[in-house]
Design a protein around this ligand. Structure first.
Ligand code: XMP
Length: 325
């Protein structure tokens, strides 16, 4: 029978045998796959592992600080923090089309990854959180004709876009390739990954950028980040976090009239999106209590400057998608 302990032991042995004394690079996103991967590799090869964390500026409030601190200070895993916020924002100037946004973010990610891995390198191996379902699709790897090994031609970041240049084709370390998602969670938990990461909601690679409809600006990012923080804060406080697949805020690039004190306001609406789902393929909008909706709405309108209205998305998937872009 499969046990996490046996899996970890075997994986550590395999990683050591494969990597030897070489250096391994890992693109850390803070999701459960890349975090579990980082813990596993760190256990196997310690400081031969370098994690690269690219901050594109579209993460949730306090998230980059939290992750870097957690990995670096609490678990002594080497994390290279890359602040690329301005670059990503510049790429999105004037862009409103959802696909174009994703494409530009993906390309910029590869660009930054390439530059930084040259600066920090050389590395012999790239660790990827490939899971069993990805192996079956495996369009992002080639087989090296000489060695028969899988070689990365794309970085399977959470963006899944953009090819790696020829001189940056790493050999791959993919210790999670036989696992399904629920097994990754078990492995992560068994090697000490904090529950907060093991059970966190999915978060799209392009992050808040695809939850701002229309153009992404620094002002809109700040507004959405604050609204999003309140949503999660209250959902957790009321004990609903683990019942939901996702709970988040979306900013619409329109304005409506409101009144605050004795003043007329003209500001953005925030959409509250809470869904339950098994796998993200289909989803139901969540019947969370009116009282909770009220608290979230009041806090967002009172605490987030630039927002004067909160609406609740009551569309399931299909026909809606979970995200708005
Ligand atoms: P949709 O919006 O298609 O989303 O119903 C289904 C699930 O996928 C997540 N999602 C992403 N995850 N990179 C990711 O890693 C992405 O680009 C991406 N886009 C959507 C979404 O949050 C939901 O859980």
């Amino acid at each position: 029978t499969w046990t996490t302990e046996a899996f970890v032991e075997e994986a550590v042995r395999e990683i050591r045998a494969k990597v030897g004394d070489k250096r391994v690079l890992l693109a850390l996103s803070g999701g459960v796959d890349s975090s579990t991967l980082a813990f596993l590799l760190h256990r196997a090869i310690g400081d031969q592992l370098t994690c690269m964390f690219i901050d594109q500026g579209f993460m949730r409030k306090y998230e980059p600080e939290y992750l870097v601190k957690l990995f670096q200070e609490q678990f002594h895993i080497c994390v290279e923090y890359v602040n690329a916020r301005d670059r990503f924002l510049a790429q999105l100037e004037g862009v409103t089309d959802p696909e174009e946004k994703r494409k530009r973010i993906g390309h910029e990610f590869i660009q930054v990854f390439e530059e930084e891995s040259k600066r920090l390198g050389p590395f012999d191996y790239l660790a990827q959180g490939t899971l069993y379902p990805d192996v079956i699709e495996s369009a992002d790897t080639n087989i090296d004709p000489k060695t028969g090994e899988r070689v990365a031609v794309k970085i399977k970041s959470h963006h899944n876009v953009g090819g790696l240049p020829k001189d940056l084709r790493f050999k791959l370390v993919e210790p999670l390739r036989k696992l399904f998602k629920d097994e990754v969670r078990k492995v992560g938990r068994s090697i000490g990954l904090p529950e907060e990461i093991v059970r966190r909601h999915p978060f799209p690679g392009p992050g808040l950028a695809i939850r701002i409809l229309g153009e992404v600006t620094a002002e809109r990012l700040n507004i959405l980040r604050d609204a999003d923080f309140i949503v999660r804060d209250e959902i957790k406080r009321h004990g609903f976090y683990h019942d939901l697949w996702q709970a988040f805020a979306v900013l619409l690039p329109i304005r409506s009239v409101g009144v605050m004190g004795d003043k007329r306001t003209y500001a953005y609406p925030i959409v509250l999106r809470c869904v339950s789902s098994e796998d993200g393929m289909t989803a139901d909008w969540s019947r969370i209590p009116y009282d909770l909706l009220e608290v979230i709405s009041n806090r967002i309108v009172n605490e987030v400057k630039g927002v004067n209205r909160v609406v609740y998305d009551i569309t399931s998937k299909p026909p809606g998608t979970i995200e708005w872009e």
